[in-house]
Write a protein that binds this ligand. Structure first.
Ligand code: 7TS
Length: 405
């Protein structure tokens, strides 16, 4: 029995008459009771706005909100809490960099480099910024398994390259990209690197200083925390020079009739009442992750993905996409059966997987498939879940009239 499953109340139920086998953590992870109780505690006992007034509950809420920021700082090894901005999620975090840093710094002749494997959240913001500034959007080359070709990248990155924006771990292929090497490469040419950490921060140890990256975006809901909150990490000197993209309460120092001054970091990027409960929940999620240990989590998720990949590859008519070394997920197709049909049959067995383009339409074209099935794992999954998936795939084949292996 998986020792962590008992912490996640959702697994007490059956789905379609079967114990829930949740293999969709890359879309969103389940929540342990420690996180749910932290949210409940805030709402039940000290619900209050932050940074305003001097009453007791307000002080407690402010301490918890800012305490969560310090937990995030430690978790990603940022130098200062000034570098940790709470956002609505990865999407919002990347949009802040694109809209603020990108629009101010880019012009015709400059280049933004991304890959064909980006989630739409790390693609469309750059398309938009390229359109509005005249900068060019170009693509780094990937090897056949979706991993970045560093030798090619060395040829591609040049003095016009002002921004590299890349996923750390692919939400479709599980590939781990060499972001530290890329950071060194782009810095040599005077550019910066923006890392989409949506699928890496929940699964492996994060060290923004060791990696030398300039910006990192991630979402709480994929790392056992609540929805509606995420983080933008940015190097202090870059954030200092950037303009906010949202204006209103909380982010000001002084307001006049025609001009206003912004407050200091990190609050200048947090206009309006912040995501108080969300931050507190994220803090509780970080406590939970740290108690298990990120190395342990990485090993666990890595081993499960490896096992699943090996087992699925042995099924006749199954194609698995992506590299051998991967983080926490397996993407595949069954010959002659649409991914949505696979997911529907699995769902009838209580097995939750994702089918579709996974918000990566250019990557689907690159893989030359319309869609795929994805099974993704986290700490509450175990070999029995993979075995249930394999059995489910065989049932799917039988259902659609294919022989099993
Ligand atoms: N980047 C990557 C690599 C992602 O996997 C996702 C979400 C995002 C950005 C956007 O995160 P959000 O929290 O702002 O929405 N990925 C997925 C997925 O793979 N299935 O559903 C959501």
């Amino acid at each position: 029995m998986n020792p962590y499953k008992k912490d996640f109340p959702i697994f007490k139920q059956t789905v379609n008459g079967h114990p829930l086998v949740y293999l969709d953590s890359s879309a969103t992870s389940q929540k342990p009771f420690q996180v749910i109780e932290a949210l409940e505690d805030y709402y039940k006992t000290y619900n209050s706005n932050v940074h305003r007034g001097v009453h007791t509950l307000g002080t407690k809420a402010t301490d918890a909100y800012e305490g969560a920021r310090e937990k995030v700082r430690r978790f990603i090894n940022a130098r200062s809490t000034k570098e940790v901005i709470f956002t609505r999620g990865t999407t919002t975090a990347i949009n802040i960099v694109a809209q603020s840093y990108g629009r101010a710094r880019l012009s015709k002749g400059d280049e933004i480099l991304i890959t064909p494997a980006e989630h739409h959240s790390n693609l469309i913001p750059w398309q938009q910024v390229a359109k509005s500034t005249g900068a060019t959007l170009n693509y780094l080359s990937l090897r056949q398994d979706g991993s970045l070709d560093l030798d090619q990248a060395k040829e591609q990155v040049n003095t016009n390259t002002k921004i590299i924006a890349i996923h750390h771990v692919s939400n479709v292929l599980g590939t781990i990209q060499p972001i530290a090497e890329l950071a060194a490469l782009v810095h040599k040419q005077g550019g910066i690197i923006v890392v989409d950490g949506a699928q890496s921060v929940p699964h492996l140890n994060t060290d923004v200083q060791q990696w030398g990256i300039d910006f990192l975006a991630f979402s709480s809901h994929k790392m056992f925390g609540p929805t509606g909150i995420g983080v933008l990490y940015g190097k202090e000197h870059l954030l200092e020079e950037m303009e906010p993209i949202e204006f209103g309460g909380e982010m000001i120092d002084e307001v006049g009739l025609y001009e206003s001054k912004w407050t200091e970091l990190p609050w200048k990027f947090e206009g309006g009442t912040p995501i108080i409960a969300g931050a507190i929940g994220l803090g509780a999620a970080i406590d939970y992750l740290e108690e298990i240990g990120m190395e342990q989590i990485f090993q666990h998720d890595h081993a499960l993905a490896k096992y699943a990949m090996e087992e699925i590859s042995r099924i006749e008519g199954c194609t698995v996409y992506g590299p051998k070394e991967r983080v926490g997920l397996v993407t595949f197709n069954l010959e002659g059966i649409h991914p949505h049909d696979v997911a529907t049959v699995l769902d009838a067995k209580g097995i939750a997987v994702r089918a579709g383009h996974h918000c990566c339409q250019p990557l689907m074209r690159w893989l030359e498939v319309p869609a795929t099935v994805r099974a993704s794992f986290h700490i509450y999954n175990d070999d029995a879940d993979v075995d249930a998936l394999i059995k489910g795939i065989q049932t799917t084949k039988e259902y659609f009239g294919y022989a099993t292996r």
